[in-house]
Design a protein around this ligand. Structure first.
Ligand code: GDP
Ligand code: MG
Length: 178
């Protein structure tokens, strides 16, 4: 075993970035435990969880997920988490234009300082709050396209598109040649 990097069993470091309150921790909790806890605690510093999924071609992908805190006072720590990450998931809240701007800041940061071959996803979360939407779907699509990112809207609350998010990321991972 070479540490999980054979062609059939991938192990990838994934970091979640985005403003405080956009739902990063809830997305992880929904994906890993299948739960949504509306009283979930604010993340301090960063937390770590892992989850393995199987793809149709029988490849397994083990995500080692670093869920960061969005607060300004932790911004200086972010490079510790995204450095060496194969995947970055940048999250905003579709009811918050400020969080969409903050997502764009993180994308630029990753383009400057992340791995050159990092797989990036842009996620508009809280899609269940469509009646309070303040970021158009098309704005997410356009920004992601310009920056060669995968885009999806999710709801950690209803579970909408949460598994799809991680499955799509898995499909986009560069495969090591055997
Ligand atoms: P984080 O700071 O980005 O980790 O955000 P949290 O995961 O702690 O979530 C912040 C708040 O948003 C909490 O009150 C959650 O209950 C709420 N929340 C998270 N995801 C969703 C969602 O998909 N829909 C709705 N309606 N609320 C959500
Ligand atoms: Mg959190």
């Amino acid at each position: 075993n070479d540490g999980g990097h054979d062609a059939k069993n991938l192990r990838v470091k994934l970091v979640l970035l985005g403003d405080s309150g956009v739902g990063k921790s809830c997305i992880v909790l929904r994906f890993v435990r299948g739960q949504f806890d509306p009283t979930s605690k604010v993340t301090v510093g960063a937390s770590f969880l892992s989850q393995t999924i199987a793809l149709q071609d029988s490849t397994t992908v083990k995500f080692e997920i670093w869920d960061t805190a969005g607060q300004e006072r932790y911004a200086a720590l972010a490079p510790l988490y995204y450095r060496g990450a194969a995947v970055a998931v940048v999250v905003y809240d579709i009811t918050s234009p400020d969080s969409f701007s903050k997502a764009q800041y993180w994308v630029k940061e990753l383009q400057k300082h992340g791995s050159p071959d990092i797989v990036m996803a842009l996620v508009g979360n809280k899609a269940d709050l469509n009646e309070k939407r303040e970021v158009a779907v098309q704005d997410g699509i356009d920004y992601a396209e310009k920056n060669r990112m995968f885009f999806i809207e999710t709801s950690a609350k209803t579970a909408d598109n949460i598994n799809e998010l991680f499955e799509e990321i898995a499909k986009r991972l560069p495969r090591p040649s055997a």
